[in-house]
Design a protein around this ligand. Structure first.
Ligand code: PEP
Length: 224
């Protein structure tokens, strides 16, 4: 049985107190819940939230790993405003690179993303690399690829599980990616149908990760 990988992407949402409250509610909801297989759960949050989340995850003993949503393409030095990979690795284990919102709103190019991948890799961060289709180049060293069609992100219109499976099959064939997940309007209603596809190793929910109830519901849906 495949180990399912779920990476919640909070995007630019939540204050520290809201993030801590999310964890406490999630802990209460999951305390009596036994899954048939244990998914690998990563929560990708704003930089400001990572340290308080880390402390609270450890205090509550929740099996969630943390991820950042971006990383500097440079190392330490005179890069005002940038957060570098070594700084992130002090607190988190994962980073999302190449999300379509970074490509669109922050003009991140494939060349820049390659630099980010190199920085993240050398710091020992796990990399979730987002691509909008099966023609986008995937750097060889990433750990997880997320197929996220742009039209499906935050729109309520997901890809069909069959098409996502076929695109992911191509991504697996042309890249060295071992694990490829699907993202784009994943909900508790549709998550199981994506996971049931043979090529799909997990999901990247944005909106459905924002409340502990809906995130918990995704896990419940995967357990049946
Ligand atoms: C995302 O954050 O990458 C995403 C797919 O968001 P949503 O699940 O809200 O479509």
């Amino acid at each position: 049985m495949k180990q399912i990988f779920i990476a919640g992407n909070w995007k630019s949402n939540k204050t520290t107190s809201e993030a801590i409250e999310w964890l406490r509610e999630f802990k209460i909801k999951t305390s009596n819940f036994k899954l048939k297989t244990t998914p690998q759960v990563v929560l990708c949050a704003s930089f400001t939230l990572l340290y308080p989340l880390k402390k609270e995850i450890s205090r509550l003993g929740i099996p969630i790993k943390l991820g950042a949503q971006d990383v500097s393409p440079y190392g330490a030095g005179a890069y005002t405003g940038a957060v570098n990979a070594v700084q992130i690795k002090e607190i988190a284990d994962w980073v999302i690179i190449g999300h379509s919102e970074r490509r669109k709103f922050f003009s991140e190019t494939d060349e820049l993303l390659q630099q980010e991948v190199e920085q993240a890799k050398s710091a020992g961060l796990g990399i979730i690399y987002c691509v909008p289709d099966d023609t986008t180049i995937v750097p060889g060293t990433v750990d997880v690829v997320a197929y996220e069609p742009v039209w499906a992100i935050g729109t309520g219109k997901s890809d069909t599980p069959e098409n996502a499976n076929s695109v992911i099959q191509t991504i697996k064939t042309v890249s060295k990616a071992g694990r490829v997940i699907y993202g784009g309007s994943v909900t508790r209603e549709n998550v199981a149908s994506f996971i049931a596809q043979p090529m799909i190793d997990g999901v990247l929910p944005g909106g459905a990760s924002l409340s502990p109830e809906t995130f918990y519901d995704l896990l419940v849906a995967l357990a049946v």
